[in-house]
Design a protein around this ligand. Structure first.
Ligand code: SF4
Length: 522
């Protein structure tokens, strides 16, 4: 029982006999559980190589896929444009999931509407929902642009967004000139990164495709930056900072940093910041367009090269030392602006940090998973630190991703034993780390259950999780961190090195037994 003068939070509460008994009764009466010995036997079997081989023969089932669906990416993309309301044509439950997913990661309210298709719309099509939905969205939320994507339901029945939006205009529910970019985002193909790419192309197409006549490459003297599906707010900020230090005028095409990081000052901001429509309309006049995560921006690249006639420099994600160097040198080459002393100094500080920490990192084995560009950049970064990536898993990785990874790993001695897994899921990843133990895992919050399972196998099998990725639900404020540029490299190096030292402390703090290595200075 709770006492008013001694309120207990959850876990001391659930450790009380009364709650243990209550939970036990519930389990015995309603859960039809297997007995503990059977559960343990099955668990043990799932940690074996025999099970791993069977697990990798799975064909018709995905377990915990390490990716999200296309419209989720489309929503994030829409949030990066000024006064733009993400609008999802389809089922309400999907949209509730997108909102809570971002809400739990960013700890911000997420504005996004749905036209809530139900059974009748699934049979007869969702045009009526859209005709009413677009009108209601403008009347209630007063956006200046609505970016429409779709859920599986609308895609399965083949709803035609272009026709529906045209008919909504014809019906007079929205004006002829109100911008409603759209993207078909079927979730049975691709992932959230594809959805971002599709929506971005939709927005660029809507605002620039039919007004290219007066556009001249290089006229505005700026460069464009396209971030792709990016959830580290520090990454938008560090790119701005580096370019500002170089004196490079630029446009961040999609910037949700304000709306995803609003202050608590008593004012609710449904819209805040974001790339303006005027900036998008001017974007074809830029000198060039830089794609920060090129592997996931195939449609964007095609649009920018075909329609805007920009070359899109061939670069990798600017993560770690070498690829940040290359990125900055290319910006310098394209704009004619030299790399300033401030960035050279920042680079030198990062190199100093690498030398300070390398004795602790050299030869450590890390298994990691995440989106294609992220794991590509992270793997490269780990090898720069002398860490050996053991398993690299990318559910939404393509053949192109595998090829690029193989090429990069072949160039470093630390990549000799790395195994790549495109299209695999977190249940595969669990088998990998339970049968071939790395020192650490890098991934999103979902791997906390894998860490728990490795610990259940035995303390010596435990694989600690370093949380870098998306989503991070069970730690606070990490989405404000930076992973790109020298600043991002410094932050990640700090996180990884301190995880190593924390583990060392944990393993050597037995008083008088293992504390031979429990040092104050490391
Ligand atoms: S996969 Fe399809 S049904 Fe599931 S949340 Fe995404 S859009 Fe909705």
């Amino acid at each position: 029982m709770q006492q008013a003068d001694d309120i207990k939070p959850c876990y001391p509460l659930f450790r009380q006999d009364e709650y243990k008994e209550s939970i036990g009764n519930k389990q015995d009466s309603f859960e039809e559980r297997h007995d503990a010995a059977k559960v343990q036997d099955t668990f043990t079997w799932t940690t074996t190589m025999e099970y791993r081989e069977l697990n990798f023969k799975r064909e018709a089932l995905t377990v915990n896929p390490a990716k999200a669906c296309q419209p989720l990416g489309a929503v994030l993309c829409a949030l990066g444009f000024e006064k733009t309301m993400p609008y999802v044509h389809g089922s309400q439950g999907c949209v509730a999931y997108f909102r809570t997913y971002f809400n739990r990661h960013f700890r911000e309210p997420i504005s996004c509407v749905s036209d809530s298709m139900t059974e009748d719309a699934a049979v007869f099509g969702g045009q009526k929902n859209m005709i009413d939905g677009l009108e209601n969205c403008i009347a209630i939320y007063k956006p200046e642009m609505i970016a429409v994507s779709t859920t599986c339901m609308a895609e399965v029945i083949g709803d035609d967004l272009n026709a529906f939006i045209r008919n909504t205009r014809k019906a007079g529910n929205i004006s002829e000139d109100f911008p409603v970019p759209f993207a078909h985002t079927p979730s049975f193909v691709g992932s959230h990164v594809t959805g971002w790419d599709n929506m971005f192309e939709g927005i660029m197409g809507n605002l620039t495709r039919n007004s290219m006549d007066d556009k001249v490459v290089g006229k505005n003297g700026k460069i464009n930056i396209v971030p792709g599906f990016e959830t580290y707010l520090g990454n938008y900020r560090v790119i701005h900072r580096m370019l500002n230090e170089m004196g490079v005028e630029h446009t961040m095409l999609c910037d949700p940093t304000e709306v995803l990081d609003t202050p608590a000052d008593g004012q609710f901001r449904m819209y805040s910041g974001g790339t303006t429509q005027a900036e998008v309309k001017d974007a074809p006049n830029a000198i060039n367009t830089f794609l920060l995560q090129p592997m996931q921006l195939e449609k964007t690249k095609k649009y920018v090269t075909d329609i805007w006639k920009h070359e899109t420099p061939k670069l990798n994600i600017p993560m770690g030392l070498e690829w940040t160097d290359e990125w900055l040198m290319k910006v310098s080459e394209v704009t004619g602006k030299p790399i300033p002393e401030s960035l050279a100094k920042e680079r030198g500080r990062f190199v100093d940090m690498m030398t300070d920490s390398h004795t602790w990192l050299h030869g450590k084995k890390i298994s990691l998973y995440g989106d294609p560009d992220f794991v590509y950049g992270m793997t490269k970064f780990l090898t720069e630190l002398g860490i050996e990536p053991l398993h690299v898993l990318c559910n939404n990785g393509s053949k192109k991703w595998t090829k690029a990874m193989e090429k990069m790993l072949a160039e470093t001695p630390y990549g000799k034993n790395t195994q790549l897994f495109a299209g695999a899921d977190l249940w595969h990843f669990r088998s990998l780390v339970l049968t071939e133990k790395p020192d650490f895992m890098i991934g999103n919050s979902y791997a906390k259950f894998i860490q728990r399972d490795t610990l259940h196998k035995g303390k010596e099998f435990e694989v600690p999780l370093i949380r870098i990725g998306f989503p991070i639900f069970d730690r606070h404020h990490l989405h404000r961190s930076t992973t790109l540029g020298y600043e991002g490299a410094m932050q990640m190096l700090t996180t990884i090195t301190n995880a190593v030292l924390e583990r060392l402390d944990e393993e050597t703090r037995g008083m008088g037994t293992t504390d031979y290595n429990h040092d104050l200075v490391r």
